[in-house]
Write a protein that binds this ligand. Structure first.
Ligand code: ATP
Ligand code: MG
Length: 250
């Protein structure tokens, strides 16, 4: 399989506190990689490095062999445009209608209005929504907002989608439908996906591969079945959701 993203020996600390202590991780084209790890372990920090919101103390990130870190601004912007991201929370613009939220990035790319008018309903349809163009974000539920957020990302035709806890804070049925959408984006559009989550149910539904972050390094990288069958006490504790074990709860 072709390597899409390669993270090499990534180090990052904040105010003297080490968060990432040498992360090595690859993401392959067309796969769904789930990154798991306890709260505060640095999962979101990894995603923020991938899109260049945070700069590493040391280490490198390559996208199809092109260095992202340390590259000039033009290269970085070009690489950023290949990513779509669904942040923790849907992060819609509150003062814009659903239609204008989805149109936002397209307008910035100077896509003609008549094409936008055709694409917005099509994009909403892809995430299973219809006829909500005129509503405001406050009028729709959190789960629906996540779908709209996804439609807005997909509008930009990303090659890589990053999802930060897409199923956190939604009911189990909605979580199931979000997971189905993540797979659909991969299956229909061939999007390479990185899903940060601590929802093990979601992992079992979407992951082609799982990586676990602990104490600043990747301590497991393999198939979901391998993770479930592992005898490593640290993995077992996480998979089974136990408070007691080798991983200390902060
Ligand atoms: N911009 C920042 N400035 C200072 N500290 C930060 C910053 N971003 C993250 N941190 C710290 O880095 C650590 C890891 O944070 P991160 O948000 O990546 O955790 P996480 O694994 O995503 O947790 P959760 O599952 O709760 O979302 C935390 O201790 C956090 O306080
Ligand atoms: Mg996080």
């Amino acid at each position: 399989m072709k390597e899409k993203i390669r993270i090499v020996d990534l180090h990052k600390g904040f105010a003297g506190k080490t968060v990432l202590a040498g992360v090595n991780l690859s993401v392959y084209e067309g796969e769904i990689l789930c990154v798991i790890g306890k709260s505060g372990s640095g999962k979101s920090v990894i995603l923020k490095h991938l899109v260049g919101i945070i700069r590493p103390d040391s280490g490198d990130i390559f996208v199809e062999g092109v260095p992202f870190t340390g590259s000039d601004e033009m290269t970085r912007i070009a690489l950023q445009s290949r990513y779509g991201i669904l942040f923790q929370g849907a992060a819609l613009f509150d003062s814009l209608s659903i239609y204008d939220n989805i149109a936002f990035g397209l307008r910035r790319k100077h896509v003609p209005e008549e094409e936008i008018a055709r694409r917005v309903p099509e994009l909403l349809g892809m995430v299973g929504l219809r006829g909500i163009e005129d509503k405001m974000p406050s009028e729709i539920s959190g789960g629906t907002q996540k779908r709209v957020g996804l439609a807005r990302s997909i509008a930009m035709k990303p090659e890589i989608m990053l999802y930060d806890e897409p199923t956190t804070g939604v009911d189990p049925i909605t979580a199931g439908s979000v997971d189905r959408l993540i797979r659909k984006m991969r299956d229909d559009l061939g999007i390479t996906s990185v899903v940060v989550t601590h929802d093990m149910k979601s992992v079992s539904r979407v992951a082609d591969r799982v990586a676990m972050l602990l104490d600043g390094v990747i301590v497991f990288d393999g198939a979901p079945a391998e993770l479930m069958a592992s005898g490593d006490e640290r993995l077992r504790q996480f998979v089974e959701g136990r408070a007691h074990g080798p991983i200390k709860v902060a």
